[in-house]
Design a protein around this ligand. Structure first.
Ligand code: GTP
Length: 598
């Protein structure tokens, strides 16, 4: 029957090892898209994903594969992101699968997210199909990598497929392995419906579109369904699959991966990880959902135009539906007005959210500097969670500040261990252990403040190891730290949105660095603007933005009028990302000035 011919699988890899390219080749090979429609990285459907060359969202497509044994198989391929910020998307797509194709770059070998992602798959009991990709590269060392997969991950790689997604080598062999190694889904077609929601997106016409994996029973238009955790009921209006365009189906049954709509208008009713069942004949138990992802960093999001506050809330609600890890709640800032405090999984996630809000919802936004959540113990014995530096209580009322720490695993070739340790030390890390993975690779483990990791640590790590180090980290509780709040004053007024937290040892120096950076970033106004950095009442840095004397736009007038028109048009089209704080116009970059630590 049908189920025996279904294979649900995901592709997992470290970032840039070639997942999306492989997915493209698989789509071509199975004629899922015609050559004419073929665009590179077809599954990366967001413009943002194509521009940046990274996968952000998971995507599921159905394709048909005519195997060598003469039978046709239905594949559901779920693409996943590789960046550490988006690992929650990986665990969600894996929950919908029976197998995973593990892609390892033949030149780079096993890296930190290779390990993290393959362990997620192994924990979910998925069958792993190892693939060594990019064998066309002159620097490829496939046999060494085969050994590395065995030694470092502990997987049998003797049958690993040698492939080049770019040149289309080994693709059929991979598909044959999926047919033979990945088990077909099981699940009782006559049992009450049990389907897992693994993604959702809001569509203006159809309402909420749920991506589901059916584990038991069937679902078709007209069925009354219940979302088990939110306890709401709907009538199904449409079911179908993405191939990759939506294709309506009469029914989805146990083993299928597809979509479902039910004129769901209330965004609050749907939760990724929830179980869909029949309203009249409900399943007894919900499916195991996902681990809830706790945001790692928080920042304020403010519309540059205060009147757009409600639009921003609506946009955040819709975006949250498609991005389960995004959290937000209202916040006010003296400097910026009404906005939202948002929680993100990391800086890339924060960046992506800001860009998506601007592109998909036409917002013009200011993001304030990200902060981690501190646990502040007050002298009266109570604790306060502080994720906004401006909300840090008076120093005199604080007994102790506990700072979130992570356990950071850095995988690096031998030769660079010294520079990695030096960097970690400088970022307030405590050395824990070091394991040799094989003769030339080492896993270095440190406990470090999360705040040091999320800022520019990764860039520094890459540059001090010529790109060879990879990083993975997990939250690991809090530790007491000697931290202070630094305030920034513009024109004599404290700007709450520019306050930041720093270790006392570096505080004065960072205050000076940031004051001088702000001086460069904030454009001249028609009056002189003093910038000061203060710890409590003590001013630790002071500088001035000079007033401009002549009309600077006059210079543009004298130039080519054509060029000026173009410039103006460009300015109009481009987002403004500028906010008046009191009488001073402050650009977006100013709020991010604290991110660069030197
Ligand atoms: P994320 O989606 O961001 O996690 O990355 P990814 O793993 O999907 O990588 P992607 O497919 O975007 O490929 C990364 C880069 O490697 C691109 O520049 C590809 O063109 C290149 N690439 C992929 N496969 C091959 C291959 O077989 N050979 C060579 N030489 N380059 C490849």
């Amino acid at each position: 029957e049908r189920q025996k011919h279904i294979r649900n699988f995901s592709i997992v890899a470290h970032i840039d090892h070639g997942k999306s390219t492989l997915a493209d080749r698989i789509l071509e090979m199975t004629d899922t898209v015609s050559k004419r429609e073929m665009q590179n990285q077809l599954l990366d459907s967001m413009d943002l994903e194509r521009e940046r060359g990274i996968t952000i969202k998971l995507n599921a497509v159905e394709l048909h594969y005519h195997a060598k044994n003469g039978e046709t198989y239905i594949f559901h391929l779920i693409d996943t992101p590789g960046h550490v910020d988006f690992s929650y998307e990986v665990s969600r797509s894996l929950a919908a699968c029976e197998g995973a194709v593990l892609v390892v770059d033949a030149a780079q070998g096993v890296e930190a997210q290779t390990l993290a992602n393959v362990y997620l798959a192994i924990d979910d009991d998925l069958e792993i199909v190892p693939v060594i990709n990019k064998i066309d590269l002159p620097s490829a060392r496939p046999e060494e990598i085969r050994q590395e997969i065995e030694d470092v991950i502990g997987l049998d790689a003797s049958e690993a497929v040698l492939a080049s997604a770019k040149q289309g080598i080994g693709i059929e062999e991979i598909l044959e392995k999926v047919v033979h190694d990945v088990p077909a889904p099981t699940g009782d077609l006559s049992a009450p419906l049990k389907a897992l929601i693994f993604d959702s997106v809001y569509d203006d016409y159809r309402g909420v579109v749920l991506s589901i994996r059916v584990f038991e029973g069937t679902v078709k238009p007209g069925d009354r369904i219940r979302l088990m955790n939110t306890e709401t009921e709907y009538e199904v209006t449409e079911v179908g699959v993405n191939s990759p365009k939506p294709l309506k189906r009469e029914v989805l049954m146990a083993g299928d991966v597809g979509y479902l709509t039910a004129s769901i208008k209330d965004i609050q009713d749907t939760r990724v990880g929830d179980t869909v069942t029949n309203a009249d004949n409900p399943a007894e138990k919900v499916l195991e959902g996902y681990r809830e992802m706790a945001p790692m960093v928080y920042s304020g999001l403010y519309p540059t135009d205060n009147a757009k506050y409600n639009d921003l809330r609506e946009a955040l609600e819709k975006l949250q539906l498609n991005d389960a890890a995004l959290e937000f709640e209202p916040e006010t800032s003296q400097a910026l007005g009404f906005g939202f405090r948002c929680g993100f999984l990391g800086l890339l996630h924060m960046d992506v959210v800001q860009e998506r809000l601007e592109r998909e919802f036409n917002m013009d936004l200011i993001t304030t500097a990200p902060s981690v959540t501190y646990d502040v113990e007050l002298t009266d014995g109570t604790h306060k969670k502080v994720d906004n530096p401006a909300a840090m209580p008076e120093a005199s009322t604080i007994k102790q500040i506990n700072e979130p720490f992570v356990k950071a695993t850095i995988m690096v070739p031998n030769d660079y261990v010294g520079s990695v340790m030096e960097l970690c030390q400088r970022k307030r890390g405590n050395f824990l252990t070091m394991d040799y993975l094989d003769e030339y690779r080492v896993n270095v483990i440190y406990e470090m403040p999360l705040s040091e990791i999320i800022f520019d640590f990764f860039d520094k790590l890459k540059s001090s190891t010529r790109g060879y180090a990879s990083l993975d980290y997990d939250l690991d509780g809090t530790r007491p730290s000697d931290l202070v709040k630094i305030d920034i004053l513009l024109n004599g007024d404290k700007v709450d949105a520019l306050s930041f937290i720093s270790h006392r040892q570096f505080a004065a120096e960072r205050g000076r660095t940031i004051a001088s950076r702000l001086k460069e970033i904030i454009p001249r106004q028609n009056f002189e603007v003093p910038i000061q950095a203060a710890i409590g009442a003590k001013i630790v840095a002071r500088t001035n933005i000079k007033a401009y004397r002549k009309d600077v736009t006059a210079r543009i007038h004298t130039g080519d009028p054509d060029r000026r028109a173009k410039l103006l048009e460009k300015q109009k089209r481009g987002k403004k990302r500028m906010k008046s704080v009191g009488t001073v116009e402050v650009p977006q970059e100013a709020f991010m000035a604290v991110l660069k630590t030197d």
